[in-house]
Design a protein around this ligand. Structure first.
Ligand SMILES: Cc1cc2nc3c(=O)[nH]c(=O)nc-3n(C[C@H](O)[C@H](O)[C@H](O)COP(=O)(O)OP(=O)(O)OC[C@H]3O[C@@H](n4cnc5c(N)ncnc54)[C@H](O)[C@@H]3O)c2cc1C
Length: 448
């Protein structure tokens, strides 16, 4: 295997270290070695150290990205793991097909989505990514090439979905796409003047729609604490569009990129507070409108390298889920921690999850998930994350591994109670523990 050493990090740019990488051109090159540490990596859109392997080789999947087959009757797509959601949308969106579940960026691979078992704004109806995967091929460190389905090998299937790349390399995936009539979303906004009101809106079944997410002004205090806007949507039917919305038109705006790191301090409490107040008023005014699907699902993708916004030393995105019964108290406590530190997050997103999935280490569970950027760098962000993690644990919740860079081994074990079951399967698939990541080393994954 030809390798070279490069500086590598996750999307949050913390931690960032020099790593040995291999970039296979063909499927055969994805096979992990059985005599050294290996880890698969897609687009590196996980935030922390999940796609890093300091003492082994990171196998980049970006060139193993062929679309292999598509059944236009059933929507079943067969593709290599390095295919991105962007690749799929480019080919299939104009033909009336969309992803069954998508994260908030399309610059992620199928392999990365399955390994993190990603969720979207439709989790309460559609579950997570793995619920729409019919099969995948798993290449193990023992040299096996397993065709895995939930029926023929449920252990390998559910240990790999959400298993953060630690069971083997995911080679090919069979994913069921969904039919849509247009590339437009019918969106509605509802304003909640504080967190209690926002929770009331989110729990109101009469307002429910296929997709739903809320933005919170995490700097609002007092009786406005947790004020926000609930945004619900569904795919617009072709008949509902007026003349200016052609069913499969391309979105209007060109992509812009942040050309360099913004100097620290530019995003301070005042500037974010002003932004939040304006954004709140603007979104609160909007009622019902059509939005292009690429704008609706991927608002940040139109600013290339937006992760430079937080400066050279990087940032952390903290995402947790709190079970339904404790959610209101838990989210209030999390906002209080952020306010205690005077932290101004642009992004504070609240979403209600539906039933949890079957993946042993999958993140979603029934309850409410909050994602916030911690706009301070590295270890300082970890100190704040430690306080947030304590609140999450106290309320029976868990932190999303695809975004984590700070969790401790005992916290991980308390948050993911099915870890011992997962470890048994990992030991069967990878007996010598050669699939390894920096996240895994930090959380002592592989040890009881
Ligand atoms: C702007 C933005 C918005 C996001 N929104 C959401 C969201 O709404 N919901 C959500 O769930 N997540 C979200 N994420 C997180 C992102 O979807 C996940 O981190 C996803 O896993 C990244 O995919 P990737 O291809 O970049 O994988 P990487 O970051 O490269 O890798 C992620 C994990 O997958 C493993 N992996 C990758 N490829 C393979 C393979 N072929 N075989 C085995 N293991 C592999 C890696 O080892 C690693 O553990 C968001 C991220 C960003 C930057």
């Amino acid at each position: 295997m030809q390798t070279k050493r490069i500086e590598l990090s996750g999307w949050g740019r913390f931690p960032s270290t020099r790593q040995e990488v291999a970039r296979p051109e063909r499927y055969a090159g994805l096979r992990p070695a059985g005599n050294m540490f290996n880890l698969g990596r897609g687009m590196g859109r996980s935030y922390g150290d999940a796609a890093l392997c300091n003492d082994g080789v990171v196998i980049l999947t970006e060139r193993v990205n062929r679309l292999l087959d598509f059944d236009a009757e059933t929507g079943l797509l067969h593709a290599e793991a390095g295919v991105t959601l962007e690749d799929i949308l480019r080919v299939f969106l104009p033909r009336g097909w969309f992803l069954p579940v998508t994260p908030g960026t399309r610059y992620v691979t199928l392999g990365g989505c399955l390994a993190s078992d990603v969720h979207g704004k439709n989790h309460h109806h559609a579950g997570s990514f793995s619920n729409h995967v019919e099969a995948f091929e798993l290449l193990t460190t023992t040299g096996e090439r397993l065709h895995v389905t939930p029926e023929n090998n449920p252990e390998a299937f559910w240990a790999t979905a959400g298993g953060m790349g630690l069971t083997g390399m995911i080679g090919e995936i069979w994913l069921k796409l969904q039919r849509i009539e247009s590339a437009w979303m019918q969106v509605r906004h509802y304003t909640g003047e504080n967190l209690d009101a926002l929770f009331g809106l989110m729990a109101d079944d009469t307002l429910d729609d296929d997709y739903s997410v809320a933005w919170i002004d995490c700097l609002a205090r007092g009786d406005q604490m947790g004020r926000g806007v609930l945004m619900t949507a569904h795919h617009a039917a072709a008949w509902s569009l007026d003349k200016k919305h052609k069913p499969f038109a391309q979105p209007g705006r060109v992509q812009r990129a942040l050309p360099f790191d913004l100097p620290g301090g530019l995003l301070n409490r005042l500037s974010v507070s002003a932004f939040n107040a304006i954004y709140y008023r603007r979104q609160a005014r909007r009622d019902e409108y059509h939005d292009h699907l690429l704008h609706y699902f991927y608002p940040l993708d139109s600013i290339g390298h937006w992760n430079r916004m937080y400066g050279r030393r990087g940032f952390i995105q903290h995402q947790c889920v709190i079970p339904e019964d404790n959610a209101l108290d838990g989210i209030k406590a999390l906002l209080s921690v952020l306010q205690h530190y005077g932290l101004a997050s642009f992004l504070a997103v609240l979403k209600r999850f539906g039933a949890g999935g079957s993946g042993h280490l999958s993140f979603p569970m029934p309850g409410y998930t909050l994602a916030v950027d911690l706009p301070i760098s590295g270890d300082a962000a970890c100190r704040v994350a430690a306080d947030l993690n304590a609140v999450v644990l106290e309320h029976g919740g868990r932190v999303y591994l695809a975004k984590d860079a700070c969790l401790a081994p005992d916290e991980f074990r308390a948050m993911y109670p099915r870890y011992p079951e997962w470890l048994d399967i990992k030991r069967q698939l990878d007996p010598d523990g050669y699939m390894r990541s920096d996240l895994g080393v930090r959380l002592r994954i592989g040890e009881p």
